[in-house]
Design a protein around this ligand. Structure first.
Ligand code: SF4
Ligand code: SF4
Length: 250
């Protein structure tokens, strides 16, 4: 993972990434007409964990919720977080920088977690591409967790069913909410607007334009899962950038 981050950082510094065209459905292709996803700007994520705690709060329901953290600082911590922020140091001393890297389910377009499920509990929602788990069908076998190469699935130790980021599908689907609030809790909470949300198959959407204009990249594309989420790479290391000295930006 660290090498992937360094590679993305360095390649972006030297050569602007080509602007990828928004994926379009092809006849007979498995690609869905609509694919909701997150686009995360690594330039402005400050690692504050507001997205982590808002996700936890919304999906966990507070101290009385079902996804409790047990023995969080003990030898065998048990905790359920659908969204985590990992922090890395990139570069070589003294030209190093800190990268905060939020990661949750990437809502892959070819999700290996889905076909391995023996009960059909794990599925990709046809209308918008969100990958979900039907708790009523899940038997807690963890096949999907083993199949996911990103470690994005979380076992609920209380209910003994698999859980994961749903992009807050309950918020998206809730017509009682104002339209502006029908978004993932993490997106609404982020104080730096590092998290964008929308349809990455609509070339005119905010997320598609961000991907096209700023070289949005999938995480570990060589794994063949076609992640729907994208990351906007860090800028500023190249000699042509405004603050040319590596590590010179704030
Ligand atoms: Fe499945 Fe993992 Fe991809 Fe999410 S990130 S869709 S859990 S393979
Ligand atoms: Fe399917 Fe649940 Fe087993 Fe995952 S843990 S493969 S969702 S039955």
């Amino acid at each position: 993972m660290i090498s992937w981050l360094k590679g993305m950082l360095q390649s972006n510094a030297l050569t602007p990434a080509p602007a990828p065209a928004a994926a379009q459905p092809l006849p007979g292709d498995k690609t869905l007409a609509r694919q909701l996803a997150l686009v995360i700007d690594l330039n402005v994520c400050v690692g504050c964990h507001a997205c982590v705690t808002s996700c936890k709060e919304w999906n966990d329901g507070g101290a009385a919720g079902p996804l409790s953290d047990q023995n969080a600082r003990g030898a065998n911590p048990s905790g359920t977080f659908f969204n985590r922020v990992q922090t890395y140091e990139a570069g070589s001393f003294p030209l190093t920088e800190t990268i905060h890297f939020p990661k949750s389910c990437l809502h892959c377009e070819d999700p290996p977690c889905v076909p391995v499920c023996p009960t059909g509990a794990s599925y990709k929602r046809a209308e918008d591409g969100i990958v979900l788990v039907d708790a009523d069908k899940c038997i807690g076998c963890k096949y999907c967790a083993w199949a996911c190469p990103y470690g994005a699935r979380e076992m609920d130790p209380s209910a003994k069913v698999m859980t994961k980021c749903t992009l807050c599908a309950d918020r998206i689907d809730d017509v009682r909410l104002p339209v502006a609030e029908r978004q993932p809790a993490c997106v609404l909470a982020c104080p730096t607007n590092a998290r964008l949300f929308g349809d990455v198959h609509d070339p005119d959407s905010l997320v598609s334009r961000a991907i096209a204009e700023r070289g949005g990249q999938p995480l570990m594309p060589e794994w063949g899962t076609r992640p729907a989420n994208r990351y906007l790479p860090r800028r500023g290391l190249g000699p042509d950038d405004g603050d040319a000295a590596p590590g010179g930006r704030g």
